[in-house]
Design a protein around this ligand. Structure first.
Ligand SMILES: CC(C)(COP(=O)(O)OP(=O)(O)OC[C@H]1O[C@@H](n2cnc3c(N)ncnc32)[C@H](O)[C@@H]1OP(=O)(O)O)[C@@H](O)C(=O)NCCC(=O)NCCS
Length: 350
């Protein structure tokens, strides 16, 4: 007898099954994590020829994103019993970001992915986000066409960049890059952790940070991201200051239950105030993040950068960061192409 348990669309008696899209409940979280891990491991195995032990090197996406944006998280459930797909989304103010989206390999190409994306699109519309965004695999016709159906356009590449830290904060090895220099440090510029602020000061600081992101993209707001990182101690938000001036900020994750893979400090978002956009400030900031990683005993720093932010991208290359992999940014809606190549911004839409 032919086994049907593994065949999507049919139950063990050969009857057609029913897949429904619904919002995520707390009890779903670990199963969603498994679905994402398994699906991406299958996908990467097909791409790379070997199966990664962990699809994201220990990075986690589900629990904190659901806490941050419960209305933006969906599952596809078969016969009210088995989760076979998921799509998560968060709103950074006016910018809605979708991902990860995953459908178990045996359930793919049966429109489940499209139903999940439609649910996210409705969530974006309900919240009146101006710009819908995601990143995907630039070499996959399936992915590009899937998002095209929903009006997304492929844009530039996002480069996820890494630097392996020297054991001691010593000058960098000159291999491949004779002109490599450590990040410049600026007199009078200091860093401070958001978590160290008194509770009463945090709200006012979030408003100041919103002024920076609003100057990068109208309505962009990272407050929820900063608050969840603070509340769950996923990492912290580093404030770059000169006296009373706030020059910029960086939301970073440290390994554990965050988006940082094992052994790495991972920056989710960094912006230098566009009114203070000196490359030296970015260099100083990168140096401070590397120091922080070193103090925490971490071996690497991961800095994702959208290559359209050319000044930021070039700075990372100059500082010895190497491209680990690339994805393509997909956008739809108002404020498409808001990114200014001179802005010193690092952001990751995964
Ligand atoms: C991407 C993903 C979520 C799509 O889910 P899915 O349920 O397979 O998607 P759907 O069935 O709704 O739609 C896929 C469409 O692409 C089409 N397609 C499949 N292979 C294709 C190819 N090589 N070229 C072009 N189109 C292709 C399918 O025919 C289908 O279109 P149709 O409905 O007109 O037949 C799923 O493949 C997945 O989980 N992949 C691995 C993880 C991943 O890459 N996630 C997304 C990261 S951005």
């Amino acid at each position: 007898m032919r086994a049907t348990v593994d065949r999507a669309g049919l139950d063990s008696q050969g009857r057609a099954s029913k897949v429904q899209i619904r919002r995520v409940k707390k009890g779903d979280l670990s199963r969603i994590r498994d679905v994402i891990e398994q699906t991406f491991a299958d996908f990467l195995e097909r791409q790379l020829g070997t199966r990664p032990r962990q699809a994201f090197g220990g990075a986690q996406y589900v629990h904190h994103r659901w806490l941050m944006e419960p209305w933006g998280c969906f599952v596809a459930e078969e016969d009210n019993a088995k989760i076979v797909g998921t799509a998560l989304a968060v709103n950074w103010g006016s910018v809605g970001l979708m991902g990860p989206v995953a459908v178990l390999t045996n359930y793919q190409n049966q429109t489940i992915g499209q139903q999940l994306i439609r649910a996210v699109e409705e969530f974006f519309e309900e919240n009146k986000v101006a710009l819908h965004g995601t990143v995907t695999y630039p070499t996959s016709p399936k992915h590009l066409l899937l998002y095209h159906r929903f009006g997304y356009r492929p844009k530039d590449l996002t480069a996820v960049m890494t630097r392996v830290l020297d054991r001691m904060p010593a000058p960098r090895p000159a291999v491949n890059a004779p002109a490599l220099k450590p990040p410049l440090r600026q007199p009078g510029v200091t860093v401070r952790k958001f978590s160290s602020l008194e509770e009463a000061k945090k709200k006012a600081t979030l408003q100041r940070l919103h002024r920076i992101t609003n100057a990068v993209c109208r309505g962009l707001d990272l407050a929820k991201e900063i608050e969840i990182v603070d509340g769950l101690a996923l990492g912290d938000t580093l404030l770059l200051e000169r006296g009373k001036d706030l020059l910029g900020f960086a939301v970073y994750h440290a390994p554990g239950v965050s988006e940082a893979p094992a052994g790495a400090l991972y920056v989710k978002y960094l912006a230098i105030d566009p009114q203070q956009k000196k490359v030296e400030h970015l260099e100083h900031f990168v140096g401070a993040l590397e120091e922080l990683a070193q103090e925490a005993g971490l071996a690497r720093v991961i800095l994702p950068v959208y290559t359209k932010y050319h000044a930021a991208y070039s700075t990372l290359v100059r500082l010895g960061y190497q491209i680990e992999f690339t994805m393509v940014r997909m956008q739809r809606g108002k404020q498409e192409d808001y990114e200014d190549p001179t802005h010193l911004v690092l952001d990751d839409w995964r």
